[in-house]
Design a protein around this ligand. Structure first.
Ligand code: HEC
Ligand code: HEC
Ligand code: HEC
Ligand code: HEC
Ligand code: HEC
Ligand code: HEC
Ligand code: HEC
Ligand code: HEC
Ligand code: HEC
Ligand code: HEC
Length: 389
């Protein structure tokens, strides 16, 4: 809808004021207007969506529901002078149905929204279009009241309120326990978000502003401020897969989180989900540190100089907490038995260590052994008393 026709619709609204009609334009979609009632299907990567429209008539007559639950009227930002209303509506994961009626039963709009993060693009049903807001065309109706032109000091605003992003995005950062200093504290949004508009796959309404060009591979952005992390990660002999892919945001929320260290979720759950190791915690016997300290009790999530990102080699890692076994030396589990060697007789491509007999995580058997009976354990490596290597 061009500016001209928009204005004439506004006029119409004023005329219709007598019958208390409310009309809402959806600025983020130029095709939406009162006559155009096909149900749009929109994919949002944010857990909120903002609707703005022009309203004539008492606000009480406007009812917006999300999944049949009314949106609280105190959430509406009303500007009486311009007769505009904004509302920032929370979305549930997956499909939400947004409906607005006026005067009891007059349907104004109906939209299906699908909320899933950009990670989960493959979960989004095909008919849902990605909803990007920041194009010149979409921003135009906002310029009367909001600043959208980036200025020199926006990269490091003197206070949050001075940030160009603050008026519209402040809610995104409220109620988060652990804020990322660069985001919801210092509002240095433009250290990560690109100020200039660029063409992307989603540029349906023209170039998009504030995109993250790096996609998942955001590490260069992070290392810009976290120089010590770059140094650390560069010198690791073994780098964890997602870190090697530069995918810091596969584990960290760049904005903030209710979990420590800005993690997307509780750390062990995150490891277990990505590695599909759910059964690890369901075994009969679970090694205490997995329950007490989680996976990071032994593994460094970024990498290390030892295999599987342990702080030291396997045996030395076990000895950190099992000094009694260390004292026994090569007398465990029986007198004269070695606990290490160049080759595991069962798995020839790895060394012989504690984990040749004990699962470091969990097992159905006592002491996390690989077999329930001592003899069964012994004969894994010794047949007829001989070493089978
Ligand atoms: C005029 C209000 C306004 C301002 C100012 C604003 N945004 Fe937005 N932004 C929105 C709206 C509305 C959306 C769509 C999501 C929604 O409906 O809540 C959005 C969405 C986004 C998105 C998701 C991609 C997209 O284009 O939809 C990013 C990223 C973003 N904003 C970053 C920023 C950054 C960074 C700043 C400051 C440099 C900023 N925004 C300033 C209103 C604003
Ligand atoms: C008539 C003036 C006006 C226009 C036009 C306007 N806004 Fe706003 N908007 C405001 C005011 C006033 C606030 C409240 C600011 C505050 O609390 O600091 C606001 C707040 C917001 C918020 C935050 C809502 C919340 O609950 O935190 C968003 C998002 C927003 N505007 C988006 C937009 C978008 C997108 C457009 C254009 C499509 C737009 N606004 C056009 C005046 C306007
Ligand atoms: C440390 C880097 C970084 C900073 C600082 C940062 N962002 Fe982001 N932001 C990102 C990344 C990366 C994404 C893309 C996440 C994705 O693809 O899921 C993103 C996505 C977004 C989105 C889209 C919705 C979403 O969450 O996926 C909005 C809106 C947004 N940022 C707003 C802001 C605002 C406002 C600020 C400043 C207060 C800010 N960001 C600061 C890195 C950052
Ligand atoms: C503009 C600078 C800047 C950028 C860019 C930046 N950070 Fe930060 N980050 C900080 C500051 C400042 C702190 C707070 C450090 C402190 O308190 O010692 C911090 C802290 C953190 C923390 C620790 C938070 C906590 O609660 O202990 C994590 C994790 C983190 N950042 C991850 C990232 C990731 C991932 C990225 C890239 C997506 C990133 N950072 C990009 C400035 C930045
Ligand atoms: C596999 C998940 C994962 C990835 C990928 C990841 N991190 Fe982390 N990160 C963690 C976990 C878990 C912690 C908490 C460490 C702990 O509890 O010992 C953490 C802690 C941090 C911290 C704060 C504590 C510290 O060690 O100083 C920073 C900063 C950080 N990560 C930056 C990054 C950067 C930068 C990247 C990308 C290069 C990245 N992380 C990638 C999981 C990850
Ligand atoms: C976003 C997905 C993802 C998350 C989250 C994740 N990992 Fe990984 N991890 C990978 C990928 C990819 C690899 C490299 C491919 C491989 O070797 O399996 C890997 C490799 C590993 C390896 C080495 C495997 C081997 O055989 O050499 C270990 C150990 C590991 N991860 C532990 C963890 C722990 C502990 C956590 C939680 C702190 C974690 N991972 C979180 C994706 C992830
Ligand atoms: C007590 C220390 C310890 C804890 C705690 C621990 N691990 Fe391990 N993990 C190890 C050792 C040692 C290995 C090497 C095993 C081997 O080489 O056979 C390993 C190997 C791995 C591997 C790669 C090989 C494999 O077995 O698939 C993954 C993935 C892994 N651990 C994930 C996790 C996850 C997820 C958690 C948390 C639920 C966790 N670990 C907690 C010590 C630990
Ligand atoms: C972070 C500390 C820590 C590390 C590292 C650690 N363990 Fe443990 N381990 C424990 C704790 C705590 C217990 C429970 C002790 C208890 O209940 O008496 C335990 C119990 C065990 C048990 C069972 C003892 C019993 O009586 O049931 C075995 C076997 C074991 N660990 C082997 C290992 C091996 C092998 C490694 C190296 C891969 C290792 N542990 C690394 C802390 C650790
Ligand atoms: C050849 C197989 C084998 C190797 C290698 C091995 N263990 Fe064991 N371990 C056992 C057996 C069998 C038991 C059970 C002994 C018993 O119940 O008397 C045991 C018991 C344990 C216990 C429980 C001790 C207790 O007092 O209950 C711990 C802890 C342990 N091992 C740690 C380790 C560590 C650490 C290493 C590596 C340095 C290691 N084991 C190497 C077979 C092995
Ligand atoms: C994971 C494989 C493995 C398991 C299980 C295992 N061993 Fe061994 N065992 C070895 C290795 C390797 C050696 C060292 C062989 C060598 O030096 O040639 C060894 C050596 C021995 C020796 C000393 C042989 C010599 O040459 O002096 C005895 C005795 C022995 N094992 C008995 C047992 C008994 C009893 C069990 C069951 C409790 C057992 N082993 C379980 C791998 C294993």
């Amino acid at each position: 809808m061009n500016k001209h026709s928009e204005r004439s619709v506004r006029m119409m609204v004023k005329v219709l004021l007598i019958v208390f009609t409310v009309i809402i334009f959806f600025m983020s979609d130029s095709t939406a207007n009162a006559e155009h009632r096909e149900i749009r299907k929109i994919w949002s990567s944010e857990s909120h969506i903002t609707w703005i429209g022009t309203i004539a008539g008492p606000i009480e007559n406007l009812i917006i529901t999300i999944n049949n639950k009314p949106v609280a009227s105190d959430k509406l930002i009303l500007n009486e002078y311009t007769e505009s209303v904004h509302v920032r509506i929370p979305l549930e994961y997956g499909v939400s149905s947004l409906v607005s009626v006026v005067d009891g039963d007059h349907l104004l709009f109906k939209e299906d929204l699908f909320y899933a993060s950009t990670f989960e693009e493959e979960l989004v049903p095909e008919e849902y279009e990605f909803n990007t807001f920041h194009t010149e065309r979409n921003e135009e109706p906002c310029l009367a009241c909001h600043r959208l032109e980036v200025q020199e000091n926006d990269k490091q605003p003197v206070s949050p309120a001075e940030s160009i992003c603050f008026p519209c995005h402040k809610q995104k950062f409220s109620g988060i326990e652990f804020q990322h200093k660069a985001a919801g504290v210092n509002w240095e949004c433009l250290n990560c978000h690109q100020a200039e508009a660029v063409e992307t796959d989603y540029s349906i309404n023209g170039p998009i502003k504030f995109v993250i060009m790096e996609g998942m591979a955001v590490a260069p952005l992070c290392y810009d401020c976290h120089k010590d992390k770059k140094q650390e990660h560069d010198q690791y002999k073994y780098v964890h897969g997602p870190v090697a892919m530069q995918g810091c945001i596969m584990c960290h929320d760049p904005h903030g989180s209710n979990d420590k260290n800005l993690l997307l979720m509780e750390v062990s759950t995150m490891c277990i989900n990505c590695h599909d190791l759910q059964e690890m915690m369901e075994k009969n016997k679970v090694h205490k540190p997995l329950i007490k300290d989680g996976c990071t009790g032994c593994h460094d999530p970024h990498g290390s100089n030892s295999r599987v990102f342990l702080p030291r080699d396997i045996i030395s890692t076990c000895y950190i907490c099992h000094p009694k076994i260390e004292k026994l030396g090569n007398n465990h589990p029986i007198m004269g038995h070695p606990v290490s060697g160049p080759e595991d007789p069962v798995n020839h491509d790895r060394q012989f260590t504690c984990v040749s007999c004990h699962n470091p995580h969990s097992s159905e058997f006592d002491k996390f052994l690989a077999a329930d009976e001592m003899m069964m354990l012994c004969i894994r490596c010794h047949i007829n008393g001989n070493n089978t290597k």
